[in-house]
Design a protein around this ligand. Structure first.
Ligand SMILES: C[S@@+](CC[C@H](N)C(=O)[O-])C[C@H]1O[C@@H](n2cnc3c(N)ncnc32)[C@H](O)[C@@H]1O
Length: 201
């Protein structure tokens, strides 16, 4: 069966939305305030999309593996790869349905968790993919009323409560968990606060 590419109609213009770019830059600054990266580190960006988060984190790490199931978003990242100031590998796969045999020093993600149904399973997978002491820095929407998305991009959660997402990360084995608001996505009809969850394997 042909896989549906939920971002096919958005990929070309995705990085052209200045509010979206600023939001991800703010998230990246929040991540860099909380997590120490070094140039020998290999990081995974889950749901890397067109690379908005990877571009901001790249100068501080050695290599980023971007994982994304959307062919069209991966093509945009490939086209933007000169903006990613470290080694870059792009893997096209649905991480909720497949496993990869790689280990990372850290995992970053922005605005992607709400597209995955089983968060504990995903976070267990992240835990397995990290070396001991490896970090997570995961950012997404706080619980919203369902009006954030105007079209179907494969949404399973209308954001998350702090308590829920922290408990999921605990169940997956993460420690030293911290969560706080890091940014706000501004839409014409409403503002949507965004959290950053950090922790250690
Ligand atoms: C809203 S975009 C965010 C892109 C980027 N992180 C940013 O902040 O600009 C979500 C991305 O996650 C990808 N995605 C969603 N579920 C996924 C999964 N199970 N495995 C891999 N990629 C996934 C989508 O294809 C999409 O490119």
């Amino acid at each position: 069966m042909e896989k549906k590419d939920f971002f096919e109609n958005k990929s070309k213009t995705y990085s052209k939305d200045s509010k979206r770019v600023r939001n991800v830059q703010t998230i990246a600054n929040g991540i860099l305030d909380k997590v120490n990266y070094t140039k020998d580190m290999h990081i995974m960006d889950f749901g890397s999309g067109t690379g908005l988060l990877s571009i901001e984190i790249a100068p501080y790490v050695g290599k980023i593996t971007g994982i994304d199931m959307s062919k069209s978003m991966n093509e945009e990242l490939e086209a933007n790869k000169d903006l990613v100031d470290c080694d870059l590998e792009i893997l096209e796969l649905d991480l909720s349905k497949s496993d990869i045999n790689k280990k990372f020093d850290g995992i970053i993600s922005s605005m992607t968790l709400h597209h995955v149904e089983d968060i504990v399973e995903l976070l267990k997978k992240f835990h397995n993919m990290l070396d001991e002491g490896g970090t997570i820095a995961l950012s997404d929407l706080y619980t919203e009323d369902g009006t954030f998305h105007s079209e179907d991009t494969g949404v399973f959660h209308f954001g998350f409560d702090e308590e829920f997402i922290v408990q999921c990360a605990k169940k997956a084995g993460f420690r030293q968990l911290e969560i706080s608001q890091v940014s706000v996505a501004k839409k014409p009809h409403k503002e949507f606060p965004i959290f950053l969850l950090t922790g250690l394997k």
